[in-house]
Design a binder for this molecule. Structure first.
Ligand code: ZN
Length: 66
C-alpha cells in the first residue's frame, strides 16, 4: 500500500518533507516488511526552486537519475 507521511527534514530549509512511501505488509507481522520511499517533496517548494541543490543534498529517489 502507498501512504503519505512526514519524512526527513529538507536539507535546504529544514522543513519536514512529505514522503510518499510504499509499504510492503506482512500477514504475520503488524510492522511493514519493507518500505520504499517513492517520492519526496518540500512543502516550501525547494525541490522545484532549487532542483540541482535538492538533488545534491537529498537522498536519491527511484525516479531520479543516478
Ligand atoms: Zn525546503
Amino acid at each position: 500500500m502507498h501512504t503519505t507521511r512526514t519524512g526527513i527534514a529538507c536539507a535546504l530549509c529544514l522543513t519536514p518533507t512529505t514522503e510518499v512511501v510504499y509499504l510492503v505488509l506482512s500477514a504475520q507481522s503488524p510492522f511493514p516488511q519493507r518500505e520504499d520511499v517513492q517520492d519526496r517533496w518540500c512543502p516550501v517548494g525547494c525541490r522545484q526552486l532549487h532542483p540541482e541543490r535538492w538533488k545534491e543534498a537529498m537522498p536519491l529517489l527511484p525516479g531520479d537519475d543516478a
